[in-house]
Write a new protein. Structure first.
Length: 158
Protein backbone atom coordinates (compact mmCIF):
# COMPACT_ATOMS: atom_id res chain seq x y z
CA UNK A 1 0.00 0.00 0.00
CA UNK A 2 2.85 2.43 0.80
CA UNK A 3 4.34 1.84 -2.65
CA UNK A 4 1.00 2.65 -4.28
CA UNK A 5 0.72 5.84 -2.18
CA UNK A 6 4.22 6.93 -3.16
CA UNK A 7 3.65 6.15 -6.84
CA UNK A 8 0.42 8.16 -6.94
CA UNK A 9 2.16 11.00 -5.13
CA UNK A 10 4.95 11.11 -7.70
CA UNK A 11 2.47 11.08 -10.59
CA UNK A 12 0.44 13.88 -9.03
CA UNK A 13 3.62 15.86 -8.30
CA UNK A 14 4.63 15.61 -11.95
CA UNK A 15 1.20 16.78 -13.09
CA UNK A 16 1.12 19.71 -10.64
CA UNK A 17 4.81 20.59 -11.17
CA UNK A 18 5.73 20.95 -7.51
CA UNK A 19 6.84 18.68 -4.68
CA UNK A 20 3.92 17.42 -2.59
CA UNK A 21 4.32 15.48 0.62
CA UNK A 22 2.08 12.52 1.25
CA UNK A 23 -0.11 11.87 4.22
CA UNK A 24 -0.96 8.40 5.42
CA UNK A 25 -2.77 5.65 3.57
CA UNK A 26 -5.53 5.38 6.11
CA UNK A 27 -9.24 4.73 6.44
CA UNK A 28 -10.89 8.06 5.59
CA UNK A 29 -8.82 9.07 2.58
CA UNK A 30 -6.50 6.29 1.44
CA UNK A 31 -4.36 8.78 -0.47
CA UNK A 32 -3.64 12.28 0.77
CA UNK A 33 -1.32 14.69 -1.03
CA UNK A 34 -0.44 18.14 0.32
CA UNK A 35 1.31 20.99 -1.47
CA UNK A 36 1.20 24.77 -1.57
CA UNK A 37 0.03 26.77 -4.55
CA UNK A 38 1.72 29.91 -5.92
CA UNK A 39 -0.07 32.08 -3.33
CA UNK A 40 1.16 29.87 -0.46
CA UNK A 41 -2.23 28.29 0.23
CA UNK A 42 -2.19 24.69 1.46
CA UNK A 43 -3.87 22.41 -1.10
CA UNK A 44 -5.14 18.96 -0.08
CA UNK A 45 -5.79 16.28 -2.70
CA UNK A 46 -7.56 13.19 -1.40
CA UNK A 47 -8.79 9.95 -2.89
CA UNK A 48 -12.37 9.55 -1.71
CA UNK A 49 -13.62 6.01 -1.20
CA UNK A 50 -17.15 4.76 -0.71
CA UNK A 51 -19.69 4.30 -3.48
CA UNK A 52 -18.02 6.87 -5.76
CA UNK A 53 -14.25 6.50 -6.11
CA UNK A 54 -12.77 9.83 -7.06
CA UNK A 55 -10.08 12.41 -6.36
CA UNK A 56 -11.13 15.60 -4.65
CA UNK A 57 -9.14 18.75 -3.95
CA UNK A 58 -9.56 21.51 -1.42
CA UNK A 59 -7.82 24.77 -0.63
CA UNK A 60 -7.45 24.45 3.14
CA UNK A 61 -6.20 28.03 3.56
CA UNK A 62 -8.97 30.00 1.87
CA UNK A 63 -11.63 27.31 1.42
CA UNK A 64 -12.52 27.13 5.12
CA UNK A 65 -13.98 29.97 7.15
CA UNK A 66 -11.95 29.07 10.26
CA UNK A 67 -8.50 29.30 8.59
CA UNK A 68 -7.55 32.19 6.23
CA UNK A 69 -4.63 33.85 4.44
CA UNK A 70 -2.70 34.52 7.67
CA UNK A 71 -1.78 30.81 7.51
CA UNK A 72 -0.13 30.85 4.06
CA UNK A 73 3.10 28.88 3.67
CA UNK A 74 6.43 29.95 2.19
CA UNK A 75 7.97 26.47 2.63
CA UNK A 76 6.91 23.08 1.39
CA UNK A 77 4.52 21.37 3.82
CA UNK A 78 5.64 18.53 6.10
CA UNK A 79 3.04 15.93 7.11
CA UNK A 80 2.87 14.04 10.41
CA UNK A 81 0.23 11.45 11.25
CA UNK A 82 -0.61 10.75 14.87
CA UNK A 83 -2.81 8.33 16.69
CA UNK A 84 -4.57 10.79 19.01
CA UNK A 85 -6.09 8.46 21.53
CA UNK A 86 -5.06 4.90 22.25
CA UNK A 87 -8.61 3.91 23.23
CA UNK A 88 -10.50 5.28 20.22
CA UNK A 89 -7.70 4.81 17.69
CA UNK A 90 -8.62 8.15 16.09
CA UNK A 91 -6.02 9.35 13.59
CA UNK A 92 -4.95 12.95 13.33
CA UNK A 93 -3.10 14.62 10.46
CA UNK A 94 -0.72 17.48 11.14
CA UNK A 95 0.79 19.64 8.41
CA UNK A 96 3.60 22.06 9.26
CA UNK A 97 5.18 24.83 7.23
CA UNK A 98 7.05 28.11 7.51
CA UNK A 99 5.28 31.41 6.79
CA UNK A 100 6.90 34.23 4.82
CA UNK A 101 7.79 35.87 8.18
CA UNK A 102 9.46 32.68 9.45
CA UNK A 103 6.61 31.63 11.74
CA UNK A 104 5.81 27.95 12.23
CA UNK A 105 2.30 27.30 10.86
CA UNK A 106 0.39 24.21 12.00
CA UNK A 107 -2.64 22.78 10.17
CA UNK A 108 -4.38 19.94 11.99
CA UNK A 109 -7.21 17.54 11.19
CA UNK A 110 -9.10 14.84 13.03
CA UNK A 111 -12.36 13.07 12.16
CA UNK A 112 -14.18 14.76 15.04
CA UNK A 113 -12.97 18.35 14.48
CA UNK A 114 -12.05 18.54 10.77
CA UNK A 115 -9.38 21.09 9.69
CA UNK A 116 -8.08 24.08 11.63
CA UNK A 117 -4.81 26.03 11.71
CA UNK A 118 -2.70 27.99 14.15
CA UNK A 119 0.50 30.03 14.25
CA UNK A 120 2.77 28.23 16.71
CA UNK A 121 5.31 31.07 16.75
CA UNK A 122 2.94 33.80 17.91
CA UNK A 123 0.07 31.80 19.37
CA UNK A 124 1.65 30.19 22.43
CA UNK A 125 3.09 31.72 25.63
CA UNK A 126 6.48 29.98 25.43
CA UNK A 127 7.14 30.88 21.79
CA UNK A 128 7.57 34.21 20.04
CA UNK A 129 9.08 36.10 17.13
CA UNK A 130 12.59 35.50 18.50
CA UNK A 131 12.06 31.86 17.45
CA UNK A 132 11.37 32.55 13.75
CA UNK A 133 13.40 30.49 11.29
CA UNK A 134 14.53 30.60 7.66
CA UNK A 135 14.89 26.88 6.95
CA UNK A 136 12.10 24.52 6.06
CA UNK A 137 10.68 22.52 8.98
CA UNK A 138 11.68 18.89 9.47
CA UNK A 139 9.61 16.47 11.57
CA UNK A 140 10.00 13.08 13.17
CA UNK A 141 6.85 11.04 12.56
CA UNK A 142 6.16 8.62 15.46
CA UNK A 143 2.55 7.50 15.12
CA UNK A 144 2.77 4.45 17.37
CA UNK A 145 1.19 4.14 20.82
CA UNK A 146 1.76 1.31 23.26
CA UNK A 147 -1.00 -0.32 25.33
CA UNK A 148 -0.79 2.47 27.91
CA UNK A 149 -1.03 5.32 25.39
CA UNK A 150 2.67 6.27 25.35
CA UNK A 151 4.10 7.33 21.98
CA UNK A 152 7.08 5.52 20.51
CA UNK A 153 8.93 5.35 17.18
CA UNK A 154 9.96 2.33 15.19
CA UNK A 155 12.84 2.46 12.76
CA UNK A 156 13.06 -0.30 10.14
CA UNK A 157 16.86 -0.69 10.16
CA UNK A 158 17.54 -0.41 13.90
Amino acid sequence: MKIVCRLLTLILAALLMFEPNTGFCGFFAPFQVFARNTAGDLIDYGWVGGSILSWSAENLTTGRSNIGTQFRLASDPVVVNLLQDGSTKEWSQRVFGRSSKGDLIHYHWSPSTSWSAENLTTGWPDTGTQFRFVSDPVTLDCPNLDEEGRAYCTFPNF
